[in-house]
Design a binder for this molecule. Structure first.
Ligand code: NAD
Length: 490
């Protein structure tokens, strides 16, 4: 990555975005569109097709017809694998272009987006390409006069709805395992982060993915997203986003065809530092990175710092010093560590949350408003009651709260005192304590002496109200498979 190449790409006029239905690039039937506003400077950079129910129905019908014609599911596994690898090759070859386009749309700093978006998506596509011919049916241990076979079949049409914080990475977590298992997909990205996904899906077709296997509808959640979730012809809905919308999706499923709904929702993850930690500098750096990268717009962000009382004051000072040094601003500068908030609405939501902070150690305000973009200084709030709403509710911004604890039992109590359970971090020099904490914390991923970075080999899923599904790993394939029994009298 070099700055000059990024500068050149950021000047390019964004090609008018089109939805992708049955391999064709189309506008919304109604002709309606949504302004794409760049969070970097508030400039309008494109007009996004605003799909209505009929557009979504067309996409779903196309996906169903493609599935029923077996144009993809019945291709030999080696052929499907080759196309998926070719797709990953094309994503890697166009990685900088995809990353810059995505940053112009969603505001993530490019140093993070380059790896976390196109390169991560390509890695996920390769992982599931390699998995697709290693999933077998089963033979049940029946009596000798009977044969019980368990076939693993694709479910049919998968609907996917994804958020704006990592549009390529999260889309790939849904699309790659779904198409690897032979399904057709209709995906709806966030209205504030669709551009790079549309480009990435174009590359899938260039790689040879048959028309109709992968379709993208763009537009609002309330209309296009709802239509997908209410469709009578979508078999499985895979969602990443907020808990509020997740709840609505389950209702839509109940009101329509009882499609299976897999939810990956928000978090309020504790980052716990014990006084027996061997490297408090490394812990402080991880705490800061774990909450402030991508301006805190990360589902597994470690937004609740819990520090043992004996080291609390020194450690908070260390963390605050590192936070103050972070470079906040233009996400298309390579040196930037904290980019923009995704939208004006989201900025206002975070400022309203900060208004309720009892006292701030550092940050706590909007900065760089002269750019026209949406930036908030890395913020640390200490001396706050554990039941304060800033400690309990997901802010999804660069806001870290700090509470102290005296011993391991209290650390566990505070860590688990939340309705959410997506991630956690523990810093300790004791192997025994590390294992005890991993088993005591109710969260889908517990990091020990590190934070973030878990790769495709392991699942990511929420406990409690953080969700009911898993992305990543071979376990994610189960969401997109029907198990069929053949019971045969011999
Ligand atoms: P959001 O729930 O507002 O939107 C997510 C998607 O749902 C968007 O595409 C949106 O258009 C769509 N949508 C909105 N209303 C809808 C409706 N009524 N019917 C159907 N679709 C609808 O979430 P967001 O603000 O884009 O993303 C932030 C949230 O995502 C945070 O809560 C974050 O923690 C969560 N998240 C979770 C994970 C994870 O892996 N668990 C990963 C990233 C983000």
């Amino acid at each position: 990555m070099d700055q000059e190449a990024i500068n050149a790409l950021r000047q390019e006029t964004v090609q008018p975005p089109k939805m992708i239905l049955g391999g064709r690039a189309v506008s919304a039937r109604s002709g309606k569109s949504i302004d794409v506003v760049s969070p970097i400077d508030g400039a309008t950079i494109a007009q996004l097709p605003d799909a209505n129910e009929e557009d979504v129905q067309e996409a779903v019908t196309g996906a169903r017809n493609c599935f029923d014609a077996h144009t993809w599911s019945k291709q030999p596994p080696a052929a499907r694998k080759k196309i998926m690898h070719k797709w990953a090759d094309l994503i890697e070859a166009n990685a900088l272009e995809l990353a810059v386009l995505g940053v112009r749309d969603n505001g993530t700093e490019i140093s993070m987006a380059f790896k976390a978006e196109p390169l991560s998506a390509a890695g996920t596509i390769r992982y599931y390409a390699e998995a697709l011919d290693k999933i077998y049916g089963e033979i049940a241990p029946t009596a000798s006069d009977t044969l019980g076979l368990i076939h693993k079949e694709p479910v049919g049409v998968v609907g996917a709805i994804v958020p704006w914080n990592f549009p390529l990475m999260i889309a790939a977590w849904k699309i790659a395992p779904a198409i690897a298992m032979g399904n057709s997909v209709v995906i709806k990205p966030s209205e504030t982060a669709s551009l790079s996904l549309l480009k990435m899906v174009e590359l899938a077709h260039e790689a040879g993915l048959p028309d109709g296997v992968l379709n993208v509808v763009t537009g609002s959640g309330a209309v296009a997203g709802k239509a997908l979730a209410m469709s009578m012809d979508v078999d499985v809905l895979a969602f990443t986003g907020s808990g509020g919308v997740g709840r609505q999706l389950m209702q839509y499923s109940a009101q329509s065809n009882l499609k299976r709904v897999f939810l990956e929702l928000g978090g309020k993850s504790p980052h716990i530092v014990f006084d027996d930690c061997d490297d408090l500098d490394a812990a402080a750096a991880a705490v800061v990175g774990g909450i402030f990268r991508n301006a805190g717009q990360v589902c597994v962000a470690g937004s609740r710092l819990l520090v043992q009382s004996s080291i609390h004051d020194d450690f908070v000072r260390k963390v605050a010093a590192l936070a103050d040094e972070m470079k906040v601003g233009d996400p298309l500068r390579l040196e930037t560590q904290v980019g923009a908030l995704n939208s004006e609405i989201h900025l206002q939501r975070i400022l309203a949350a900060l208004d309720k902070a009892p006292s701030v150690v550092t940050g706590g305000k909007q900065i760089l408003s002269e750019t026209g973009g949406y930036y908030v200084a890395p913020t640390i709030v200490a001396d706050i009651a554990p039941d304060h709403e800033l400690v309990r509710d997901e802010v999804f911004g660069p806001v870290l709260t700090v509470n102290k604890f005296d011993d391991e039992a209290e650390a566990v109590t505070l860590a688990n005192d939340t309705e959410l359970g997506l991630a956690a971090g523990v810093w300790t020099g004791s192997l025994g304590r590390a294992h005890r904490m991993v088993s005591a914390i109710r969260a889908g991923v517990v990091h020990v002496n590190t934070y973030g970075g878990a790769d495709n080999t392991v699942p990511l899923g929420g406990f409690k109200q953080s969700g009911n599904g898993h992305d990543k790993s071979l376990h994610a394939l189960d969401k997109f498979i029907n198990k069929k029994t053949a019971w045969i009298k011999l």
